[in-house]
Design a protein. Structure first.
Length: 147
C-alpha cells in the first residue's frame, strides 16, 4: 500500500515506531541512572581551571569543595598533596543536584550516599557519580578539570 509521495505506509509506520522507541529509551536511560551523553549534562570536551587557594576546603587532603563548571555542579576533592579528583554533582539516578555531606555526598531527592571517591555507598541503589579528569599545577596552584 502506497502513501502520499509513493512511499510505503508500513515504512513510515516502522520509522515512527522506531523513533518513538528511541526517544523512550533515552528518557528511561536518563531517568534510571544511565548516561545519555556527557557527564552531568556537559557534552563535548570542556575544561575549566580554578585557583585552589580560592576554596579553603581544598587546603587539606580530604577536603571537598563545589567548583561549578559553567552552571554544571562539580565537586573537587583533594586526594593528596598535589592530587585531586573531580565529580559531577548530578545524581546518576534522578538527576538531582547532590550535596556535600561532610566527607561524602548525599542526594537530597532520594537519599543515595556517595563516598568522597564518587562511589555509591548506600541509600537508593544507583551507579557511581560521574568523574572528570584533573591536573594540578603546584607551582601556580591551579586545578584544571576536564571531561
Amino acid at each position: 500500500m502506497a502513501g502520499r509521495g509513493g512511499e510505503a505506509v508500513s515504512d513510515r509506520r516502522e520509522f515512527i515506531t522506531a523513533s518513538v522507541a528511541s526517544a523512550v529509551t533515552v528518557l528511561l536511560t536518563t531517568s534510571c541512572g544511565g548516561s545519555a551523553g556527557g557527564l552531568g549534562g556537559v557534552t563535548g570536551p570542556v575544561s575549566f581551571s580554578v585557583q585552589v587557594s580560592s576554596y579553603p576546603a581544598l587546603a587539606n587532603v580530604g577536603g571537598i569543595a563545589r567548583v561549578d563548571m559553567g552552571g554544571t555542579p562539580v565537586a573537587a576533592v583533594r586526594t593528596g598533596a598535589d592530587t585531586f579528583a573531580a565529580f559531577s554533582l548530578i545524581c546518576p539516578h534522578r538527576g538531582c543536584t547532590v550535596g556535600i555531606n561532610g566527607s561524602a555526598f548525599r542526594c537530597p531527592c532520594h537519599g543515595a550516599m556517595f563516598a568522597s571517591t564518587g562511589t555509591w555507598i548506600g541509600g537508593q541503589r544507583t551507579t557511581n557519580l560521574g568523574s572528570f579528569t584533573t591536573s594540578y599545577d603546584a607551582t601556580t596552584g591551579v586545578l584544571t578539570i576536564l571531561n
